[in-house]
Design a protein around this ligand. Structure first.
Ligand code: PBG
Length: 335
């Protein structure tokens, strides 16, 4: 035996020789404490399973609070609320977005009353609320072209964010990608005394094909055109660092990259360039790729989902927004 041994003093496998040694050497980890769960809230008294986003539900205000209590007990510290808006409440301006009796402010109040410890984040953007399915205010021109107006949109986002803050939101997360909205939101929140309300900026949100199932869930797909004049080109990474520098200057409390697993390089670059906490959004298409492959028997759902999310943590994200949060919290608890 001895004669066959290689002269190999350095053997990396020694650090992988047993479960306990591997545990000691592990560089990154995933726990429920890192997870933010996106939730959909709708009018009426029904909870509707979302066919296009398997495992997710459109919650009614009456039941979302009890669900949040269950999630908090599973160890999930934060939920992110999105409104499902019936067509008859949509208009060109998206004015339902700042209705104090809209589903989001009502859900915030219900959740904070039932589970005050749950951190409630809300999405700020106009696409579920306007008839265009665009994140901002649309100006249409006689020749059939259109433009998403920046500064007018920021004014509308301020109204929406203040409406959420007045209802008790802890974190406002603008997903619109307009220029200057972080500074404007910070000033408006501080102006009304909401100095404790945080801002999570969608710093680098790419014009991605992987949002399709989410738009189906909300009925918020753009009625025409695309989002490429405000969401980022998937080819770019330096631009993400430019956005990150601006968000930091404007007062963002933490940054976010979206989607996550196709953009791990962006997360890592942002981690290297910024000392702010970083979140990543594991979006609907990324989530469903794993679910669909598992449903076909091609992947082990639990192992593939946990590995996807761990890769996001390894790249440098502190927090992960994912539709898998409840399931993952249960898996991690069972281990
Ligand atoms: C829109 C918004 C989108 C998502 C979150 N906020 C879609 C879009 O930009 O068209 C996508 C989330 C997902 O796919 O899971 N403000």
């Amino acid at each position: 035996m001895g004669g066959d041994m290689m002269n190999l003093p350095i053997r990396p496998r020694r650090n992988r020789k047993s479960a306990s040694v591997r545990g000691m050497m592990r560089e990154s980890s995933l726990s429920a404490a890192h997870l933010i769960y996106p939730m959909f809230v709708q009018e009426g008294a029904e909870n509707t399973p979302i066919e296009s986003l398997q495992g997710c539900t459109r919650w009614c205000v009456a039941d979302i609070a009890a669900e949040c209590k269950r999630l908090f007990n599973l160890g999930i510290p934060c939920v992110d609320l999105f409104a499902v808006v019936p067509e008859e409440k949509k208009d060109a301006a998206g004015s339902e977005a700042w209705n104090p009796e809209g589903v989001v402010p009502r859900a915030i109040r219900a959740i904070k009353a039932a589970v005050p410890e749950m951190t409630v984040m809300t999405d700020v953007a106009l696409d579920p609320f306007n008839t265009y399915g665009q994140d901002g205010i649309v100006r249409e021109y006689a020749d059939g072209t259109y433009e998403i107006l920046n500064d007018e949109t920021v004014e509308a986002l301020v109204k929406q964010a203040l409406c959420h803050a007045r209802a008790g939101a802890d974190i406002i997360s603008p997903s619109d990608m307009m220029d200057g909205r972080i500074a404007a939101l910070r000033a408006a929140l501080d102006g009304e005394g909401f100095t404790k309300v945080s801002l999570m900026s969608y710093t680098a949100k790419y014009a991605s094909a992987f949002y399709g199932p989410f738009r189906g869930a909300l009925g918020s797909a753009p009625k025409f055109g695309d989002k490429k004049t405000y969401q980022m080109d998937p080819a770019n990474i330096r631009e993400a660092l430019r956005e990150a520098a601006l968000d930091a200057e404007e007062g963002a409390d933490f940054l976010m990259v979206k989607p996550a697993t196709m953009y791990l390089d962006v997360i890592a670059a942002m981690r290297a360039h910024s000392n702010l906490p970083i979140a990543a959004y594991h979006v609907s298409g990324e989530y469903l790729m794993v679910k669909a492959a598992a449903a076909s028997g091609w992947l082990d759902e639990k192992q593939a989902m946990l590995e996807s999310l761990l890769s996001i943590r390894r790249a440098g994200a502190d927090m992960i927004l994912t539709y898998a949060a409840p399931q993952v919290a249960e898996w991690l608890r069972g281990e």
